[in-house]
Every structure is written in C-alpha cells, then in structure tokens.
Design a protein around this ligand. Structure first.
Ligand SMILES: [Zn+2]
Length: 268
C-alpha cells in the first residue's frame, strides 16, 4: 500500500469511531464531585459476601429482572429499541461479573450477586445491563473494536515499511500484524467504554425509579464496585470500568430523576 493512501483510510476509521458516542445527554460532573466521591469510596468498608442461599440469590435476580422489564418499555420506545424484551440468565458460578451480549441477553453471575446487600443493588446491575442494550452499545463496541483494529494495522504497516525500507520477513510481519490488530481492537473497545458505562448507569437510574426501587440504597453498588476494582480478581472491570466519576455521575443522575416530571432520560 502506498503511503499516500494512509491518511484517507485513517480518516474513515476515525469517522466510524466518532459515530459511537452516547445517544443520551449524560449528567455533567465537576472535578470536585469526583474528588469527593473518591474520598467516600476510600473510606467505605471492604466488600463482604451476604449470607443467602443460591436459590435466594437467583430469586432476587429474577424478581428484579421482571420488575425492570416492565419499567423498560418507555425507555426502549424513547430511542426506538425494539423488541424491548430481555433474556436475563442467572449463572450460579462464582465469577464476579455480569454482562450484556447478543441482541437481548444479560447474564448475572452469583459470584457478583452474593456481594450485593439489597434487591435495589441487584436491580441496579440488571438495569445497567439493560441500559447497554437500549443504548445499542453491543453494536457500537464491535464497530469501535474493528475501527481500533484497522487504525492499529495501518499504523503497524506504515511503521514496518518505513523501518525496513519495504524488505519485511512475511512471517514476522504477519505475527506482528495480528498482535497489533488485537491491541488495537481492545484499545478501540476501551476508548468509548467509559462513556458507555456512564450512559448505561444513567439509563439505569431512570429504570430503577420507574420500577419503584430505592436509588439511594442502589448507590452502594457504585461505592463497592469502585472500591473493589483495584483489589479483586475479576474480568468485570475490563467490560465495565469503574471509577469515582461513576459514583459522582450517579448522584447527579438521581437528582435529575427526582426533578423529572415524565421519568424519561434526556436524549441528545
Ligand atoms: Zn457496563
């Protein structure tokens, strides 16, 4: 590929990435609010498991899923997410995780549920995953990941060609190319996932209010997630990065929900 082709291709890739922002108008937070949230998280007690049977954990997840499903229709309709039906699965394994995948699937692991004190917190996890579906993040993340892979592959090719004057060992080139694309894919995925996390949280605040859950009790989830993100062995923070900004944004979102007449989030 001639070097003069590179800028055009990179521009196309960035165009793809630029489409993948949020569709909701997310609450603005100040640096002071983030600092305050961080001190609260630092001072909070460490995570501990709650004594419940596996059946009780499962019942909690399924009850929350049923209540939230009813609350979700108005939020789906608002952005044209259809069909608005979620398949929520309780996985009894010990992994500390939850995720959204495919068109409507949500998996909540018992390893996460057992750390949550109230159904309000469990509902916050389920609503957050529904939020990823409603805001179309699964498709956008795939677009981001492939855009990241394209940019990274182009840059790698340009660097290798420049470094070797074009005399590249094909095997070495291809193995470097694959790992370069993989790194690029995960970079593309991560570059927008913070915003996606904030958007899924924002949708969750409205959904919880609509389902009659207690937003202040649910708040503990963000304190505990952020607290444990540094010292817990789990993949959850690869897919759902947690920082004090999420707790600060949650508080602003809850105030917005309390002042809302129609309990519908703000769309861009
Ligand atoms: Zn998430």
């Amino acid at each position: 590929m001639g070097a003069w082709h590179l800028p055009a291709v990179i521009l196309i890739s960035l165009g793809l990435t630029a489409c993948a922002g949020s569709m909701h108008r997310l609450p603005l937070i100040s640096q002071d609010e983030v600092i305050e949230a961080n001190s609260e998280i630092t001072a909070a007690p460490d995570l501990h498991t709650v004594r419940r049977t596996s059946g009780q954990n499962q019942a909690m997840v399924m009850r929350a899923a049923a209540r939230l499903q009813k609350a979700a229709y108005a939020l789906c309709n608002q952005v044209g997410h259809s069909p608005c039906r979620f398949e929520v699965v309780f996985d009894p394994s010990d992994e500390v995780n939850a995720y959204a995948s495919g068109t409507d699937k949500i998996v909540i692991f018992e390893g996460l549920a057992k750390y949550l004190e109230t159904e309000d917190e469990v509902a916050a996890v389920v609503a957050h995953e529904m939020g990823h579906h409603i805001a179309g993040h699964i498709d956008k993340t795939q677009v981001n990941a492939s855009a990241g892979a394209i940019v990274s592959t182009i840059l790698y090719t340009a660097v290798m060609v420049a470094a070797t004057g074009g005399n590249v060992d094909p095997d070495a080139f291809n193995s470097g190319l694959n790992s370069s694309a993989q790194v690029g894919a995960s970079l593309g995925q991560l570059s927008f996932s913070k915003e996606h996390e904030r958007e899924a949280d924002y949708i969750a605040a409205y959904m919880l209010a609509r389902a009659g859950y207690d937003l202040d009790r649910a708040r503990r989830l963000w304190v505990q997630l952020t607290k444990s993100s540094g010292n817990m062995q789990t993949d959850m923070f690869d897919t759902h990065p947690a920082g004090p900004d999420r707790l600060a944004a949650w508080d602003v979102a809850v105030a917005e929900v309390a002042a809302s007449d129609d309990l519908l989030p703000e769309i861009k």
